[in-house]
Ligand binder design. Structure first.
Ligand code: CO8
Length: 263
């Protein structure tokens, strides 16, 4: 299988596993990724997913260039926009597939093209010091079309995004951290452990609050502030004086760890 799905406690590890092709996404990897996200989404006991790549060199070198034509050929050219605007994007998370739970990208090396677009669709990005990031699509006479032109300028300043997209040149992990494209950078040997630690920290919190916070931030980013503030109230209110909220307050008074209603 080009994608491995493993669990470590309440954390799902989804690993692109084609190191011989720098974990490039071919049609089978795409289908396996979609299936993996759906499995994570539907598993009540899994709270956080970590996406990474097998091997020491690459997280994902993008869509499989040798098999790009197979993606195009699936749908007649005249219908592509219509069909792709409702199907999951390449790699699943990039379009029309929401899991509603946090996803961390543990970027362990090259992160290019469709690989960066997939990492941008994750909620938190951690990187190893050897990682590099780029959107080289214009070199291939196309543009980033799996969310890259939209998510990169929302993640970093627009001028920096344009520099990356128009020059097609990759940046290193230190620069990616400096511009806020990645949250943290670790030595390669520590990346996995740090991603698991962060995932467990999130998984320890009451799942309804985590999901609502995620929905508020993700939903609000697409809205004007006044509408975002309304969305925040809609998501915040059902949690106020909820069993978990009462339990958190009671546990604080009684100086004991809280027990959440789910899990
Ligand atoms: N696709 C397929 N195979 C790849 C890819 C790729 N994206 N990247 C690397 N490989 C393969 C190589 O062909 C090679 O395999 P083989 O030895 O069998 O030929 C193996 O991985 C190792 O690669 P290299 O020998 O090239 O390793 P180097 O260290 O010399 O170079 C590079 C590494 C610089 C990363 C180089 O491999 C490279 O430039 N790769 C292409 C990276 C790239 O441009 N990616 C973006 C592609 S475009 C994209 O992702 C968006 C497309 C959206 C299309 C949507 C369709 C529906």
């Amino acid at each position: 299988m080009p994608v491995r799905f493993k669990t470590d406690g309440r954390v799902a590890w989804i690993t692109l596993d084609r190191p011989e092709a720098l974990n490039a996404i071919d049609p089978e990897s795409h289908a396996a990724l979609v299936a993996a996200w759906e499995r994570f989404r539907d598993a009540d006991d899994l709270r956080v997913a970590v996406l990474t790549g097998a091997g020491r060199k690459a997280f994902c070198a993008g869509v499989d260039i040798k098999r790009m034509g197979e993606f195009y050929g699936k749908v007649p050219a005249g219908q592509r926009v219509q069909v792709w605007n409702r199907e999951p994007g390449i790699g699943g998370l990039t379009r029309n597939l929401e899991v509603g739970k946090p996803v961390i990208a543990a970027v362990n090396g090259l992160c290019l093209g469709g690989g960066l677009e997939l990492a941008l669709a994750c909620d938190i990005r951690l990187a190893s010091a050897n990682a590099s990031f780029g959107l080289p699509e214009v070199r291939w006479a196309i543009i980033p079309g799996q969310g890259g032109t939209q998510r990169l300028p929302r993640a970093v300043p627009a001028a920096v995004a344009l520099e990356m997209i128009l020059t097609a040149r990759p940046i290193d992990a230190a620069r990616a951290a400096a511009i806020g494209l990645v949250n943290r950078v670790y030595p390669f040997a520590r990346l996995r452990e740090e991603a698991q630690t962060m995932a467990e920290a999130i998984a320890a919190h009451p799942p309804r609050a985590v999901r609502a916070a995620l929905a508020a931030v993700r939903g609000g980013l697409a809205l004007p502030l006044s509408e975002g503030l309304r969305l925040e109230q809609e998501l915040a209110d059902p949690l106020r004086d909820s069993p978990d909220n009462r339990e958190a307050r009671e546990a604080f008074r009684e100086k004991r760890p809280p027990r959440w209603t789910v899990g």
